[in-house]
Design a protein around this ligand. Structure first.
Ligand SMILES: [Zn+2]
Length: 406
């Protein structure tokens, strides 16, 4: 990773993987999308293990009470869901001693990840939300002009979060890159929407942009922050793993606005000092831009957003990606809509199914448990999540009625 070609190597592998996938679900030449990948590094060998494209979310009125629709189809989010499916496959293989990645420890009833293995994140645009807010400049070198007005408050912040105030970006001159993600409605901290740097505040949790029916999905910057502290595996999989799985590097493609400083600020610095109960804890991340790599379907004024998403993960049985439109599997007819085969593998209900299957093999049968009961049962994870949430200041409560499915 110390080698200077590292970001270019990562970008090349990810863009190559994307090119190798079938045409279905990819943008047309006049459309744009976001591509995200998770790369596994083992003995200096890099391999894409999860990939997704997409930049859309469904409105709150279309959310499903049985977990069969994807609310959030931003590439970053479905890529991480696809990675969870990859992990489930590897855990199943570990039970049969068929993988070098993970080992099952029967005495602990837990799985242990090979310490040599690292995971990296690649994406073609800065994550929406807080990380997307940074000064515009020709070379995107923002080190000197980037100052916070409330640095004293920041110092205090690690002692008492409640004393922190909304923060403005202060720059010598010029404008800032904006995000369509909005501050939470019931948060007293709101964007002033003034000129230049007075448009946004930084450091607050945001919901994703959406037209018409508003989305309840949290911005990618906020979700990635959660992964940086609690791991990529999420609550359910934390039950089986000896330690959470953290990212090591974050690589953004070239030819798009980029700022290391805003990534560091959004994913780590806004949290301040935090004590999580082991095995959870902050694991710092290295940020890179692959300056020589470009993405054909990069966002541009003369392009429309691609309505579909593709999702793929490394899987022994099938290498075929799935295609989603409006959170549902492409091509599913009304008649087949309720069938299990009509669901996307990355939807909540399918992931819950994978969890229960593995739970039965390792522990006990929990078939009757709801999604919400399974989640609440992960006490260590929930406790640490509570601590992290208190640092984020605000995080919308989930609608429990949408989490009761079994
Ligand atoms: Zn996003």
């Amino acid at each position: 990773m110390g080698d200077s070609h590292f970001p270019e190597t990562i970008a090349k592998i990810c863009l190559g993987k994307f090119s190798s996938l079938p045409r279905s679900g990819k943008p047309a030449s006049n459309q744009w999308t976001v591509l995200s990948c998770i790369i596994q590094e083992e003995s200096s060998r890099f391999e894409v293990v999860a990939l997704a494209t997409g930049s859309k979310c469904i409105g709150s009125n279309k959310m499903s009470p049985i977990g069969d629709i994807l609310n959030d189809s931003h590439a970053e989010v479905i890529c991480r869901r696809a990675f969870m499916l990859y992990l489930y496959e590897e855990l199943e293989r570990a039970l049969l001693n068929q993988t070098s990645l993970i080992e099952f420890k029967p005495e602990l009833l837990k799985f242990q990840l090979n310490e040599e293995v690292k995971f990296h994140f690649f994406t073609t645009m800065m994550p929406c939300g807080d990380a997307s807010i940074f000064p515009k400049s020709d070379n995107n070198n923002t080190g000197d002009v980037f100052k916070k007005e409330t640095s004293n408050v920041d110092k205090k912040r690690s002692m008492n979060f409640n004393e922190s105030l909304p923060k403005k970006l202060k720059m010598n001159d010029g404008d800032i890159h904006r995000t369509g993600a909005k501050c939470l409605k019931n948060d007293e901290r709101q964007d002033p929407k003034g000129e230049g740097a007075d448009y946004h505040i930084t450091g607050v949790v945001r919901t994703k942009p959406g037209r018409g029916d508003p989305t309840l999905s949290i911005s990618c910057s906020d979700k990635i922050t959660k992964w940086c502290y609690l791991g990529l595996q999420g609550g359910l999989l934390s039950k089986f793993l000896e330690k959470p799985i953290y990212l090591s590097a974050f690589v953004v493609v070239g030819d798009t606005p980029f700022s290391k400083e805003s990534l560091q600020r959004a994913l780590f610095d806004r949290i301040g000092n935090i004590e999580l109960a082991p095995p959870f804890g902050k694991k710092s991340l290295l940020f890179f831009q692959a300056k020589d790599a470009t993405f054909t379907f990069q966002k541009a004024d003369n392009k429309d957003v691609c309505p579909s998403s593709i999702m793929w993960y490394k899987n022994g049985a099938s290498q075929k990606p799935e295609v989603a439109i409006e959170g549902k599997k492409q091509g599913v007819t009304k008649k087949n809509q309720g069938l299990k085969s009509s669901r996307l593998k990355v939807c909540k209900s399918e992931l819950l199914g994978r969890f229960k299957l593995l739970h039965q093999k390792v522990h006990t049968n929990i078939d009757t448990w709801s999604y919400s009961e399974c989640k609440q049962n992960m006490l260590d994870y929930q406790l640490n999540w509570k601590t992290l949430k208190s640092r984020l200041g605000m995080w919308p409560e989930k609608n429990e009625a949408l989490l009761k499915f079994t």
